[in-house]
Design a protein around this ligand. Structure first.
Ligand code: ZN
Length: 194
């Protein structure tokens, strides 16, 4: 019997303000790529590779029965920006920039809701924050579009794209990420950049 391996799907340019900050246009239809499941790590320590790693704060949803999201977590779609820029210029696949060891940080799972806010602080300063209604598509629209062609399975996860404010991580930085609903904090995690 084949073991079921979780796939890590990612949507890009779902927040128009972030697409603009990297000089990209906003797509008419959602665009997706994959990260390897073995790149997933918990919050704790991030190897910032001398500042070439950029943080992309993202809401991550887990696919449940009937291919509907059944849980969510805050995550980081870590990106080697210099490598990605080089690959983008050549029209080449992004794996080296997006699926290196430790590239996919995922926090604790909580019950899914599409009415949440999330933010990322570095050394106590808010760098990224968003609510899901600022995205070009709802979570269910994104999952629906992906499942039109993707072999989506129960247990797969989807990174839903980053809001504006991406930037480099430097050795010694402390990151804190929060997922909240109104005044209620649903989950909070921190990580040190080494
Ligand atoms: Zn991303």
């Amino acid at each position: 019997m084949l073991a079921i391996i979780m796939d890590v799907w990612c949507a890009i340019r779902t927040y128009p303000k972030h697409a603009a900050e990297l000089g990209n246009s906003t797509p008419q239809e959602p665009v997706f790529f994959l990260k390897s499941s073995s790149s997933v790590v918990p919050f704790g320590q991030i190897d910032c590779q001398n500042g070439d790693i950029h943080h992309e704060l993202e809401l991550v949803v887990r696919i449940g029965e009937d291919l509907k999201p059944d849980a969510m977590a805050v995550g980081l779609d870590l990106t080697k920006r210099t490598t990605q820029d080089y690959l983008k210029t050549g029209g080449l696949p992004w794996a080296a920039a997006k699926s290196f060891r430790g590239a996919s940080v995922i926090g604790d799972w909580v019950d899914f809701s599409d009415n949440v806010a999330y933010d990322l602080q570095i050394n106590g300063e808010i760098k990224q924050k968003a609510t899901l209604n600022q995205m070009s598509w709802s979570i269910s629209q994104l999952v629906g579009k992906l499942s039109e062609w993707a072999p989506l399975q129960v247990g797969d996860v989807l990174f839903t794209g980053t809001p504006a404010g991406v930037g480099p991580l430097n050795r010694g930085d402390t990151i804190q990420v929060r997922l909240s609903q109104g005044n209620k904090v649903l989950s909070i995690h921190s990580a040190d950049c080494i």
